[in-house]
Design a protein around this ligand. Structure first.
Ligand code: UD1
Length: 355
């Protein structure tokens, strides 16, 4: 079997890692196309190096731009790469502009498409990601769903016959990285004066939180006022928006850090007292490492983390301090994201659907 993966943004490199390993272990051919949506080394190259992902066969270097510019710029190069490779499947990941560009380029040339992380919904139609994932699910031929909830969404939308529940591939990488960190003695890169177990990890990068100056200022004020050090891992989008809005990030409890490589991120979260974020991946990583999470959004795609008590949504910023300082919830052995074997199951589903 020959697979062509389309990736472009940081979380897609994380998801690609276990898929590339599972394809290689099963002896399948794999072509990796990087759109170039993320190009800073800290958002791209370090993930390939740290997570043992083969170098992309093609990099389209599209870079940043408006949604239309970026998505449109990707499509001709993706189409060329697909026509050249003629894979059995084009595999697209998650919900970014690279996902929808890969899907649109593929279906127009009758290239079968599989969507990894299918069926997630926020039901918030102001999020670009919601449109990317809904349109991708309806165009794709095989929907690889991470959770029962995702399967239920796809079923309601009439897509059950294309859906396979495989589990969450980010869980595969997280467990592997946690175990490797322990074996290799990787420790969290803590700034001076910050002690293990006594800090919060924060990330903010969603357009809905960064692009409105008043909202951004309110979030930064809430983080700055927390009674524990807040290690804020600053995505370039946040850095640019804060500079433009005249919002000082390094204030109060906030310690500004650059985006970290994945093993360091896992070590930071594992050693923290809690996470405050708007990232989907981090909500889940906090849950899997059993660290309480506060999500600065009004809704989440990963509803299991909320239902199990490990994640609280505070999109209105009503009590960020109260939520972030709450005690650890009761222990649970629930595993809504699978056992860490989702990539193997995804590869089996891809091969099975060809037969
Ligand atoms: C994208 C995804 C989002 C995902 C996130 C992960 C879309 C619509 N959004 O958001 O779903 O959660 O990636 O990080 O696809 N920039 C740099 N260097 C880079 C990349 C971006 O400086 O390597 C800056 C540029 O100012 C750019 C801005 O970040 O305009 C936004 O980048 P973009 O790729 O458009 O979206 P993200 O916010 O990263």
């Amino acid at each position: 079997m020959k697979i062509l993966s389309v990736v472009g943004a940081r979380p897609q490199f994380v998801k690609l890692s276990p898929i590339a390993a599972a394809l290689s272990a099963a002896g399948h051919e794999h072509v990796i196309v990087h759109t170039g949506q993320h190009y800073d080394a800290a958002l791209s190259d370090v993930f390939f190096a740290d997570l043992g992902i083969p170098r992309p066969d093609v990099n389209l270097h599209v870079g940043s731009g408006s949604h239309a510019e970026q998505t449109g710029a990707m499509m001709p190069g993706l189409e060329r790469a697909m026509l050249e490779a003629r894979p059995d499947w084009v595999l697209v990941y998650g919900d970014t502009n690279s996902t929808i560009a890969g899907t649109l380029a593929a279906v127009k040339i009758h290239q079968p498409v599989a969507h990894l992380e299918a069926g997630l919904r926020s039901f918030n139609r102001t999020m670009p990601e919601e449109h990317n994932r809904v349109m991708t699910d309806h165009a794709a031929d095989l929907l690889l769903a991470p959770t029962e909830v995702a399967v239920a969404h796809l079923t309601r939308e009439g897509l059950a016959d294309r859906t396979v529940l495989v589990g969450d591939v980010m869980t595969d990488v997280l467990f592997r990285t946690r175990d490797r960190n322990l074996a290799d003695g990787v420790v969290a890169p803590l700034p001076d004066g910050v002690a293990t177990g006594d800090y919060l990890v924060a990330t903010i990068h969603r357009a809905e939180n960064t692009d409105d100056p008043a909202r951004l200022a309110a979030i930064v004020t809430a983080l700055a006022g927390l009674p524990r050090p807040v290690l804020l891992l600053v995505h370039p989008r946040l850095r640019a928006s804060a500079a433009q809005a005249g919002v000082e990030l390094a204030s109060g409890a906030i310690r500004v850090l650059d985006p970290t490589p994945y093993p360091a991120l896992v070590a930071l979260v594992a050693g923290s007292a809690g996470v405050v974020t708007d990232s989907g991946g981090l909500q889940k990583e906090a849950f899997l490492l059993r660290v309480p999470c506060t999500t600065l959004r009004r809704e989440t795609e990963w509803v299991e983390t909320v239902e199990l008590g490990w994640n609280v949504l505070d999109g209105e910023l009503t009590d960020v301090a109260g939520h972030a300082m709450r005690p650890t919830p009761p222990a649970t052995d629930a595993a809504p994201y699978g056992q860490g074997d989702a990539a193997t199951r995804a590869v089996e589903a891809l091969a099975g659907a060809l037969r």
